[in-house]
Design a protein around this ligand. Structure first.
Ligand SMILES: Nc1ncnc2c1ncn2[C@@H]1O[C@H](COP(=O)(O)OP(=O)(O)OP(=O)(O)O)[C@@H](O)[C@H]1O
Length: 683
């Protein structure tokens, strides 16, 4: 459609020029040209001034940094790296890397030509060819035939033009709408395939924990990359696909048509000169890829600040922390906006270079075409004008297509920003955790087999350190622990805050790798974790109890769930209705907001009673429940035959355990194991 509009605009301009020429005569046109030249000179000088301003070092980061420093917002380090001039060699290496990464990402979305993505791209290609053919056809129609009709004052030629023009415009409308539709469908396909792959990897082997908590890969906000960067990449890539084929096709088709009149020598000389000028101008533009990557990073930080406030809304409200939170959010916002402002300034420089590239192409291309027609004295005037207009228009299209091809590099640069962030994420997701030495691996395998055969938790020669992502000396939490927990051996872990009790459980869950030794636990759903802060899933009351299972609702399952809820004192949460007799379908926007601390822990116990695992790992799982009720819950758990491995600060809970593991927590990794035989009389 935009082509149709530009064609009509073009016709309007031709009409205006003809009118001006015929009504005012040469002298008034010359006067108007003089005025135009003065105006152009003024504009050109202003542009040069601005260009100088944006590229001058004095205004660059130093000034922005000092502005931000005044607001307490120093510019992120990445921006200063970004500002440093990169050598042409470095740029070349980056672009090679980009093509590899882009190819890999597109391969994920369209692995073969017959895949859905491949088919969509093929269909888009057909539409692109059709649109270009229509554009070339319309150009010829509007220039040659229309000019001829007007110069001969021929009504019949003009009527033919009206018919043809209407037909081609109808075809153009259909094809352009199809192209736009295909572009959005391709973007959606890219987004879906890349996000699905990200989800698969992110939720495999607790990769989300490694990335979010242990900061593997130093990715910052991973959610921003999955939710926003993939979306932006998909849109950009789909749009670029359409916009890169259009000028390439248009260039060759227009060149083919124009060469009939001009021969091939002139166009080749023209485009060789254009290539040289384009390459020189390209060196003056900033690196958009890095700018985009930095902006996305800061966007992610800003968004995660808001998410954190929502997640801890009650705590912040109790602590009257609104002012502090506002300052933190504003700080993050200022960092983002400051960087975007600076980038907007740099983008103007890019836009100026883009326009110069485009206009010089039109100007030089025009001159190449004028010469042979100025030299052609013999032909009849009407014929010469028609030929000239048709050839000029084709060459102008050809030149503008060539400029667009030269400018594609810059659009690709922007795409490179998203590409590098997404590939970096996939690299971190798909890189396995650091490999262990052969001896430790052999020990881990032997220990795992032992656990399978013995149906026990087996801890062999275990040493655990606190992780240190920043490379500082890690603190030793536990050294040389050997412990086997067969069924019926209930272990309580005690020790001061921060001594490493939960860390031991993290190693059992495979979230942290031991520095030495090995742990093995019964596989699959034979173990259930009840963490310090209960996890409540998005969904119904039924979902809270059955998590992580999602069984289809049936009478017997619902009765079992309702029974578990009753046992832990949460029957009151059920809201029976005519189509939900047991009231398990009740749903809240966020269960964390509507349940008290003790109720959340009871939900975890209902989950435990529902799953009846062989082993339960209880990490201060009754800390928010009163001591009397706490004992009842423990009795229930032991009553269903579950062996417990608990962390507890209340010593009364010792009576439910047979072994105590006391971690000293003095940084030496010392611990003490003792049997608690006297306390088991009640069992
Ligand atoms: N992801 C992490 N990265 C770095 N250090 C961590 C991480 N998680 C925990 N730690 C540190 O490891 C140490 C042991 O933590 P852990 O959670 O095991 O303590 P704990 O004994 O369970 O304490 P509490 O009784 O207070 O729950 C603490 O000093 C803690 O700061």
């Amino acid at each position: 459609m935009s082509d149709a509009v530009s064609l009509l605009e073009g016709l309007g301009l031709v009409g205006t020029a003809l009118r001006r020429h015929s009504s005012s005569g040469i002298s008034s046109t010359a006067r108007s040209l003089q005025k135009d030249s003065a105006f152009c000179l003024f504009l050109g000088l202003s542009t040069l001034g601005f260009f100088h301003r944006t590229s001058s070092e004095s205004l660059s980061l130093k000034k922005l940094r000092s502005q931000l420093a005044l607001q307490g917002n120093p510019l992120p380090r990445a921006a200063s790296k970004n500002h440093k001039a990169t050598s042409s060699r470095q740029k070349k290496i980056d672009s090679q890397q980009f093509w590899k990464e882009l190819q890999w990402l597109l391969g994920v979305a369209a692995p073969t030509a017959t895949s859905k993505g491949g088919q969509l791209m093929a269909a888009q290609f057909v539409l692109l060819v059709m649109r270009t053919m229509i554009t070339v056809r319309c150009t010829k129609l509007n220039t040659y035939f229309l000019t001829r009709a007007i110069s001969k004052a021929s009504w019949s030629d003009w009527t033919k033009w009206v018919y043809s023009f209407t037909g081609w415009m109808a075809a153009s409308t259909v094809v352009n709408s199809g192209l736009r539709y295909m572009e959005s469908v391709i973007a959606l396909e890219l987004r879906q395939k890349l996000t699905e792959r990200a989800h698969r990897k992110y939720l495999l082997n607790n990769a989300f924990y490694r990335l979010a908590v242990l900061r593997h890969g130093n990715l910052g906000t991973v959610d921003q990359r999955i939710v926003s960067d993939i979306d932006a990449f998909s849109r950009e890539a789909a749009s670029l696909y359409g916009h890169s084929f259009k000028p390439i096709l248009e260039f060759f088709l227009s060149l083919h048509e124009a060469s009939k009149e001009l021969g091939m020598g002139r166009p080749i000389a023209l485009f060789a000169s254009q290539f040289f000028i384009g390459a020189t101008l390209r060196g003056l533009t900033p690196s958009l890829g890095k700018m985009v990557a930095l902006e996305q990073e800061l966007e992610g930080n800003f968004r995660s600040g808001h998410s954190r406030l929502i997640a801890s809304a009650e705590e912040v409200a109790f602590l009257k922390g609104s002012e502090a939170e506002r300052a933190l959010l504003d700080e993050s916002l200022h960092r983002l906006i400051g960087t975007q402002r600076w980038h907007a300034l740099k983008r103007i420089r890019k836009s100026i270079v883009d326009n110069i590239t485009k206009f010089q192409g039109l100007l030089i291309g025009g001159c190449f075409v004028h010469v042979p027609f100025l030299a052609r004295k013999s032909a009849e005037a009407a014929e010469r004008i028609s030929d000239f207009r048709a050839t000029e228009e084709l060459m102008l299209r050809c030149g503008s297509a060539f400029s667009e091809i030269m400018l594609l590099g810059k659009s690709l640069d922007e795409l490179a920003g998203y590409t590098s962030r997404i590939v970096e994420m996939f690299r971190a997701l798909e890189t396995p955790p650091p490999a262990r030495d052969a001896a430790s691996l052999a020990l881990a395998t032997r220990t795992a087999n032992e656990a399978k055969t013995k149906d026990a938790i087996v801890i062999t020669n275990l040493t655990v350190h606190q992780p240190s992502p920043d490379g500082t000396e890690p603190r030793v939490l536990i050294t040389g622990l050997n412990l086997t927990v067969p069924k019926g051996r209930h272990v309580i872990v005690t020790g001061p805050n921060g001594c490493g009790k939960t860390s031991l459980f993290r190693v059992l869950a495979g979230l942290w790798l031991p520095v030495e030794g090995a742990v093995a636990v019964p596989a699959g759903k034979r173990m259930l974790w009840l963490p310090q802060s209960s996890y409540l899933v998005t969904g119904t009351l039924r979902d809270q109890v059955t998590y992580p299972d999602r069984p289809t609702s049936s009478r017997s399952t619902d009765e079992k769930i309702a029974d578990c809820l009753e046992k832990v004192g949460l029957k009151k949460l059920c809201k029976p209705s005519s189509d939900d007799a047991l009231g398990l379908g009740v749903r809240h926007h966020d269960w964390n907001d509507v349940l008290s601390g003790g109720e959340k822990q009871r939900v975890s116990f209902a989950r435990l009673l529902y799953h009846k695992p062989e082993y339960a790992i209880l990490d201060e799982a009754t800390a928010a429940i009163n001591p009397e009720e706490e004992s009842k819950l423990y009795e229930m758990v032991l009553g269903v035959g579950t062996t417990v491995f608990s962390i507890a600060h209340r010593l009364e809970l010792r009576k439910f355990h047979t072994t105590e593991l006391h971690v000293v927590g003095d940084g030496s990794g010392t611990f003490k194991l003792s049997e608690l035989r006297n306390t088991l009389d009640w069992m």
